[in-house]
Design a protein around this ligand. Structure first.
Ligand code: FAD
Length: 452
């Protein structure tokens, strides 16, 4: 049977672009890709990249204060959202161009259109044309959803936050996950008065309790009004503002409300019904270790499969798919011990098990220290940081590492190598400290603070 392409990729985000360009450029496969919106996907256009640039922008206010304490004769100025947003758009345009060029230079044929499946080997584009392919890769990502409450349409999501006409004076952020917490810090740093509601007992559910406790404390210290155990009951327009009634009885006016209350996979409306592709409870595409669906010619990677929803993971899954299907090297994706960072202020970097998860699994020793780092302590800022190792009592392996500190994302990338290699506490101890840096504490933690 002959096909138009060896591979048709639906979705030009992190996973789809990587798989398409490697399959075409390195294995010589004939590849096409359809993208309905902008190339680069969530990460480049409305996720990691613009968010990190906003984190950088928001951190300068604190830096100016610190600089004064270090003797610099500079005065804090006002943050100009228009200037920043203009530069941000230019940068995103540049990056989108880079992604388009990567595909073009590797011989991938692109269609700037929505695509859906017709059968196990056929894709239909939004202009009605049909293309056949030996393999179809679904890499359509996910999207934010708003809760079903009265007036929810008055709020925005992370998709819209990058396009605000002007910065609000008072903003409510709803949610306790990493996206909610990161934007609370960003907006606060940009001078917005931020209130955050989270219905649970503590933000950053699933992460180490001690680490998330410190992040939460520091966020409050920074001026974010964090209300735990609180949710939005209903919202209504009042002039230019939004009146929000909360479950704790509060009633307040905000200029903007952002929901960061969850994301769903883009697996609906792909024509999957009746094809035999299995969908999970959250609507995600169910795949095996090789990202293959129940239909042998159809694979799925990235957020649409809702495994670990991070850019480097989607990229890994894309590479493993190419190895499996186009290089004859069946490659399962290793989802164990993925280091990750949360760009709150201070940042959190984490790899492996939390204290709670580890203790539920086996007896462990906890090594931890919390202190005021030199740089900000000198400037009179009372910020605390945390360095924490979870160690197996049985084999001394470091099962988890949790860092709350400026630069924790950079640090955890490197600790991640040691933990992935199976380093023991004694391996950490044998390593000579770098002095004076915050991370030296990780190799000088002598006594456990407790067993669990
Ligand atoms: C605010 C925010 C911050 C984030 N920060 C980080 C971070 O700091 N670090 C990190 O690792 N991850 C972060 N992520 C997660 C990361 O962005 C995703 O895990 C990653 O983008 C997933 O890649 P993907 O290829 O699966 O999907 P996506 O990047 O979402 O790409 C999917 C693409 O498919 C297109 N598409 C969808 N349906 C169709 C269709 N039917 N036809 C044609 N095209 C279609 C979409 O337009 C989109 O471009 C963040 C996410 C958000 C929302």
């Amino acid at each position: 049977m002959s096909f138009d392409y060896d591979l048709f990729v639906i979705g030009g985000g992190s996973g789809g672009v990587r798989a398409a360009r490697v399959a075409a450029g390195e294995t010589g496969a004939k590849v096409a890709l359809a993208e309905e919106d902008r190339y680069g996907g969530t990460c480049v256009i409305r996720g990691c990249v613009p968010k990190k640039l906003m984190v950088f922008a928001s951190e300068y206010a604190g830096m100016v204060e610190d600089a004064q304490a270090y003797g610099w004769d500079i005065q804090p100025g006002a943050f100009d959202w228009d200037v920043f947003r203009g530069k941000l758009y230019t940068e995103l345009d540049r990056l989108e161009g880079v992604y388009r060029n990567i595909l073009k230079n590797n011989g991938v044929e692109t269609f700037d259109m929505r695509a859906r499946l017709v059968d196990a080997h056929t894709v239909e584009l939004s202009d009605g044309t049909r293309k056949s392919a030996k393999h179809i890769l679904i890499a359509t990502g996910g999207r934010p959803v708003k809760p079903e409450i009265k007036g929810a349409d008055l709020g925005i999501t992370s998709n819209e936050i990058f396009h605000l006409e002007k910065l609000p004076e008072r903003m409510l952020i709803v949610g306790g996950g990493y996206i909610a917490c990161e934007f609370a810090g960003i907006m606060n740093g940009m001078g917005v008065e931020v209130t955050q509601y989270y219905r649970g007992a503590q933000i950053l559910r699933g992460f180490d309790d001690e680490a998330r406790g410190l992040v939460s404390e520091e966020m409050c210290q920074n001026g974010i009004k964090l209300h735990l155990g609180t949710n939005v009951l209903e919202m209504e327009r009042e002039g230019d503002r939004i009146r929000v009634k909360a479950t704790n009885g509060d009633e307040e006016l905000f200029d903007q409300v952002m929901f960061a209350t969850g994301r769903v996979p883009n697996a609906d409306d792909l024509g999957l019904e009746g094809l035999g592709v299995e969908l999970g409870r959250k609507g995600q595409i169910v795949v095996d270790d090789y990202s293959q669906t129940a239909v042998p010619s159809i694979y799925a990677i990235g957020d649409v499969t809702d495994r670990v929803n991070l850019t480097p993971v989607a990229i890994r899954e894309g590479m493993a798919f190419v190895d499996t299907v186009f290089r004859g090297k069946p490659t399962p994706v290793d989802h164990a011990l993925i280091p990750t960072a949360i760009f709150t202020q201070p940042e959190m970097g984490t790899v492996g098990l939390s204290e709670e998860e580890a203790a539920a699994q086996e007896p462990v020793e906890i090594y931890a220290t919390s202190f005021k780092p030199m740089q900000t302590a000198f400037a009179g800022r009372g910020r605390r940081v945390l360095m924490k190792l979870i160690v197996s009592k049985a084999n001394r392996r470091v099962l988890g590492c949790h860092i709350v500190a400026p630069g924790a994302g950079e640090m955890i990338q490197l600790v991640g190598i040691a933990v992935k290699m199976g380093a023991t506490k004694e391996d950490f101890d044998r390593t000579v400290a770098v002095h004076p840096v915050m991370a030296e504490e990780l190799v000088t933690l002598r006594q456990p603070v407790r067993s669990a």
